[in-house]
Design a protein around this ligand. Structure first.
Ligand code: ZN
Length: 187
């Protein structure tokens, strides 16, 4: 079974003697409408034609997905806004995904430590806008530092669940905490 492959064009199961590995160049259109030419290595059965496979590849939405960055929305209490900023940086750096979340503002902006949206009277509007960010997301990443999940974050998790959006948790992905806590210790 381990030696068998699926034909990348018709999907039929092939033994090693039955397939040919080919390099193709297909035009992939991203969800933003821009197209680019990409190289792929595919396995073809003897019945499938490379030109047909190339045309088919150009039309496959999952290929466009594969070359587009994921959109990940960070959710969590504003008391963790510094952790969120570090996680957003690490995700963009290490996963080449686009992140959205709360904003870590420079110190000169305000003396308010957290719950700035409440302090500026825009909490409801910001909660609503956060749901619109989740509408655009492939995944949410919950900053559940020490297991803490507040009321708006719970609502956002439920919202993402209802829409089949992937949910990740800070406390489940220890490499984030390890790197961040190490940096904090070194301060
Ligand atoms: Zn085939």
């Amino acid at each position: 079974m381990a030696d068998r492959k699926l034909c990348d064009s018709c999907g039929s199961v092939m033994w090693p003697s039955e397939y040919t590995q080919c390099s193709i160049q297909a035009t992939v259109v991203s969800r933003y409408g821009d197209s680019s030419s990409r190289d792929f290595t595919i396995d073809l059965c003897r019945l499938c034609d490379i030109k047909v496979a190339t045309a088919l590849y150009s039309a496959l939405p999952h290929l466009a997905m594969a070359i587009e960055p994921k959109v990940i929305v960070l959710c969590g209490s504003s008391r963790f806004v510094d952790i969120m900023a570090a996680v957003a940086w690490m995700i963009e750096r290490d996963e080449a995904a686009i992140t959205m979340g709360l904003h870590l503002l420079p110190q000169w902006y305000t003396d308010v430590k957290d719950h700035l949206a409440e302090a500026e009277g825009v909490a409801d509007a910001m909660d609503e806008l956060h749901l619109r960010k989740i509408d655009l997301a492939d995944e949410i990443f919950v900053i559940n530092m020490n297991g803490y999940i507040g009321e708006s974050t719970s609502r956002e998790i439920q919202y993402a669940k209802n829409r089949g959006i992937g949910i990740r948790y800070f406390e489940n992905e220890s490499h984030f905490a390890e790197q961040i806590l190490e940096k904090i210790r070194l301060q």
